[in-house]
Design a protein. Structure first.
Lengths: 202, 280
């Protein structure tokens, strides 16, 4: 299950009336939104939205019914067990060779402010400016110790760029920590603090 | 041979302004409260000046600054006498102490002695903070321009010295006013101080020393360098920042090597050879 679907389930299950509606769905063969609303003293729109959302997730099936020429839906429970199962590893950024061989250095006039740790061997946070005009505001990014060490060893603007892998070696960062380094590189590249420099052809 | 300076000329007059500011205060207090009060006010100000240099001695162990403190003590004694508060040898209040030949003799001989010693120490650069010399030495090998300034410190290498050797080197740097050391359990940070900037730095009015220009040695021997934007802008040209930081680290590594070989005097010679004005 992906995050987006899981979020929809979680949102529905967190409603105060969710358990009561499920109780009705389990015990009734088929039930309409107005029947749920009157039974639980809810607004019909609230009941309808909830049932529609469950139908979209295939938890319920719906069937059109007619009464005095006005069509409406009757909902039937299709799944008696709801399992939210998310594989967290699906969002892990595995360092690719391309990421690790990216030649980077600090961008000139980046406008970022770096705060150095008391021990003077790593950066604790970077303050960058986001937005333009009156919307411009400072955003402070706190760094993990390996990220701080990486930034400490990042080449200066106009200096010879180094690959992410080389900087990690200089800073003594284990290869297993590459995902958090790559995440930082991508973030700072987005905010123009770091620039990727393509290798010059020989 | 003409030496090409890479720093802009020094136009900072703080060093002269601090003692000179005593004169208008003396004049004003004399005008408002009378000459004896003016003289006492001047004595208090000179006293504070002397205490500052006593603090400089405690902080740096540069014995030559004690001459300034001693001179201040002498001047205070003379001024208090001149204000009419003290009595002469016959225990009578003195109307005008300069009527007394002994007072005038003591005053002028003391003034001549301290004046001579202080001018000698001044001309031989023993009272001079060496920040400008270090900046010039760091810029010497940097020919490339192109800015690239960043507020990040730069790791510039490693030295193979024990913490004891580092502490000894820090004492050497402070004794010769090369840099002001800040020592923690893990780091030794040498902060560069230019002449006239010592008042702000030592009195804590110049902000956190981490924002200044420094060279840091951690206890594992890793060396890192930080150059403040203010100091970087003091160069005539936007020198290649990366090279400048590396060079500054190298200057201190060379100094450390010379000091460790027992050739600390060569460090002083290298700075004196630059022939930077004693006023800057």
């Amino acid at each position: 299950m992906d995050f987006h679907t899981a979020a929809k389930y979680a949102s529905l299950l967190s409603k105060d009336y969710a358990e009561d509606i499920f109780k009705l769905l389990v015990n009734y063969h088929a039930i309409s939104a107005s029947e749920v609303a009157t039974r639980l003293n809810l607004h019909i729109k609230t009941a309808q939205d909830f049932l529609e959302a469950l139908a979209q997730l295939d938890v319920l099936s719906k069937e059109e019914a007619l009464e005095k020429k006005r069509p409406y839906y009757r909902y039937t429970l299709e799944q008696t067990r709801l399992v939210i199962d998310i594989d967290l590893m699906q969002v892990k950024q595995e360092p690719s060779q391309k990421n690790l061989t990216l030649r980077v250095r600090e961008k000139e006039n980046a406008g970022a402010r770096f705060s150095v740790a008391r021990s003077d061997d790593y950066i604790t946070n970077v303050a960058i400016w986001t937005g333009i005009g009156r919307e411009r505001e400072e955003r402070k990014i706190k760094l993990t110790a390996p990220q701080g060490r990486f930034l400490f060893h990042l080449p200066f603007p106009k200096a010879e760029p180094l690959t992410v892998d080389e900087i990690m070696q200089k800073a003594g960062i284990a290869e297993s920590l590459a995902p958090e380094i790559i995440d930082l590189v991508q973030l700072l590249e987005k905010y123009n603090v770091i620039e990727a420099v393509p290798e010059e052809p020989i | 041979m003409t030496l090409v300076r890479k720093l802009k000329p020094d136009r900072n007059i703080t060093g002269a302004l601090v003692p000179l500011s005593m004169l208008p205060i003396f004049g004003l207090t004399s005008l408002i409260f009378g000459i004896p009060t003016g003289i006492l006010t001047l004595a208090v100000m000179i006293g504070l000046f002397g205490v500052f240099y006593l603090y400089v001695f405690i902080r740096t162990r540069n014995v030559f600054v004690l001459v300034i403190s001693a001179d201040c003590v002498f001047l205070i004694f003379m001024l208090v006498m001149a204000s009419g508060t003290f009595t002469n040898a016959a225990w009578n209040y003195m109307e005008d102490p300069f009527d007394s030949a002994e007072f005038a003799l003591a005053y002028f001989s003391g003034l001549a002695f301290f004046g001579f010693v202080i001018i000698f120490l001044f001309l031989t650069r023993r009272l001079k903070w060496r920040g400008r010399e270090i900046f010039e030495l760091a810029a010497e090998p940097v020919e490339e321009t192109g800015n690239g300034y960043t507020s990040r410190p730069r790791p510039v290498g490693k030295v193979d010295y024990s913490p004891q050797q580092m502490h000894a080197f820090a004492r050497f740097c402070s004794r010769h006013l090369i840099a002001l050391p800040y020592i923690t359990s893990k780091n030794l940070t040498l902060v560069l101080v230019k002449n006239s900037e010592e008042f702000g730095r030592l009195l804590g009015l110049s902000g956190d020393y981490r924002d200044a220009t420094w060279v840091n040695f951690d206890m594992d021997g890793e060396v890192s360098v930080h150059i403040s934007q203010k100091d970087y802008l003091d160069y005539r040209e936007p020198l290649a920042f990366d090279q400048l930081c590396t060079s500054l680290g190298q200057v201190f590594s060379d100094f450390f090597d010379l000091y460790d070989k027992g050739e600390g005097v060569r460090v002083i010679d290298r700075m004196d050879d630059l022939k930077i004005s004693v006023f800057s």
